[in-house]
Write a protein that binds this ligand. Structure first.
Ligand code: GLP
Length: 240
């Protein structure tokens, strides 16, 4: 696991966008694995700017997202589908039919997960995956547990994740307490992974990630086993 430290969130986001731009320019029909949360927003803004200035072309790019709340309608402005349209897809020249997010309104969640896993395989696997990290070390919605799922599955959300993500929901909105998420195996099949860690509130989990042994009680530590992972962090997250 390679660790790159940046002074500011801005610099970290630019470096992450450069890694994506390089991938897109090497392979213009890449399959990009995308994430939600506040951390990748800066990178998405940079990618939109690069697209506007003609530095990168998304017309043949395909994307698969890590996770989605369940149940939730894709039109709901709290859904991850809405988030992706709003923060990236509406601002770049991507064909929305080539963008995939697990369907939070599927009647049969298990069937949706099975289909999602098949879809990723059919696309030829993920070339580059971006990840954020939860305060409890979760990746996607793979929450700390005694054992973890390999592939895309439905999962309950822990209280700490519900509390951390509640900031996006207004008082009269009911926050789903479950989600559909890629499993650790799905994520591990990505050829390259970048993990973004930003802000003081992530300092403790960053320390855990770097110093702790591999354990399902901090799913992010499993990334140490992947042959091509780069962690990009800002100084607020990694301290000295
Ligand atoms: C959610 C997402 C994760 C994300 C995490 C951190 O739980 N499912 O994929 O990494 O939030 O979010 P943030 O970047 O807002 O701290």
């Amino acid at each position: 696991m390679k660790i790159l430290k940046f002074s500011t969130y801005e610099e970290m986001s630019s470096a992450a966008a450069d890694i994506f731009a390089k991938q897109i320019n090497i392979k213009n029909d890449s399959v990009l694995g995308l994430a939600t949360g506040s951390t990748p927003i800066g990178m998405y803004q940079k990618l939109a700017e690069m697209n506007k200035s003609g530095m990168i072309d998304f017309s043949k790019i395909k994307t698969v997202n890590l996770d989605e709340y369940y149940p939730i309608s894709p039109e709901n402005n709290q859904s991850y589908r809405y988030f992706m349209n709003d923060n990236l897809f509406n601002h770049i020249n991507i064909d929305k039919d080539n963008t995939y997010v697990p369907n939070g309104s599927a009647e049969d969640a298990d069937e949706e997960c099975r289909k999602y896993e098949e879809l990723i395989k059919k696309l030829g696997g993920i070339d580059l995956q971006v990840l954020g990290i939860g305060h409890n070390g979760h990746i996607g919605f793979n929450e700390p547990e005694e054992s973890l799922y390999l592939y895309t599955h439905k999962t309950g959300l822990t209280e700490s994740t519900m509390a951390a993500n509640a900031r996006f929901f207004s008082e009269d909105e009911v926050m789903p307490n479950a989600a559909l998420t890629m499993g650790m195996g799905t994520i591990f099949n990505a050829k390259k992974i970048i993990l973004l860690v930003s802000g003081k509130s992530k300092r403790e989990v960053f320390k855990q990630l770097v110093t702790d042994r591999i354990s399902t009680s901090c799913p992010a530590t499993l990334l140490k086993l992947h042959p091509n992972v780069t962690v990009l962090c800002d100084s607020e997250a990694c301290g000295e």
